[in-house]
Design a protein around this ligand. Structure first.
Ligand code: FMN
Length: 180
């Protein structure tokens, strides 16, 4: 069972990344292998709407291949003006219409404010479903994300740690069901 994690924040001390790492560790604990994609490490093209995505250069083909080899995706993003980040949208747009078909998808989103990032999750869920991915019901919205983790990356709110671990283990459980 291979899970690929994509972080929609490029910041080195990203709270979204911290959240994904907690969920990914839980997925590993129940037997999955995990590959973490930091989009800043990939020289990705801008999606320009061409018919054949295999003609994009830079690291785009490597990115597409890694996604193709995944059974499940853990995708995290900050809330940027009520939605997910442009960096993440471009990365998803570089994937063909069937790139995530039959793959399970778990979502987490962070925000600075008290309201969290539910709208961001709604938008991202919609896009992933549109791409034929199976978004699992467990999803995590993290309000006041800048104070949600300590320096070691551990969630300071107990309920948050439980939610993130549940996201990782549920993703593996659902991917196993789909494999049958
Ligand atoms: C362009 C931009 C727009 C943002 N818009 C919102 C917003 O509408 N609501 C909110 O709560 N936080 C907003 N934020 C704050 C980020 O969502 C928040 O700091 C997030 O936790 C950053 O995630 P990161 O640490 O993973 O980069 C915005 C940040 C940026 C840079």
């Amino acid at each position: 069972m291979k899970i690929v994690t994509i972080c929609g924040s490029l910041r080195t001390d990203s709270s979204t990344r911290r959240a994904l790492l907690v969920a990914a560790a839980a997925a590993k604990d129940v037997g999955a292998s995990v590959e973490f994609i930091h989009l800043g490490d990939f020289d990705l093209s801008f999606c320009d709407g061409r018919e054949d995505e295999s003609t994009y250069g830079g690291d785009t083909q490597r990115f597409i291949q890694i996604i193709g080899g995944a059974d499940g995706l853990l995708i995290g993003t900050p809330n940027y003006h009520g939605s997910f980040t442009g960096v993440l949208k471009n990365a998803l747009d570089l994937l063909g219409p069937d790139a995530i078909r039959d793959k399970l998808v778990g979502l987490v989103a962070t925000g600075r404010g008290d309201a969290g990032a539910m709208n961001t999750l709604n938008h991202l869920r919609h896009v992933c479903r549109w791409m034929n991915g199976w978004v699992i019901p467990a999803e995590v919205s993290i309000p006041r994300a800048q104070e949600a983790f300590d320096a070691s990356g551990t969630p300071v709110r107990e309920d948050l740690e439980g939610q993130l671990k549940n996201l990782g283990t549920e993703l593996v459980r659902y991917a196993g069901l789909l494999e049958r």
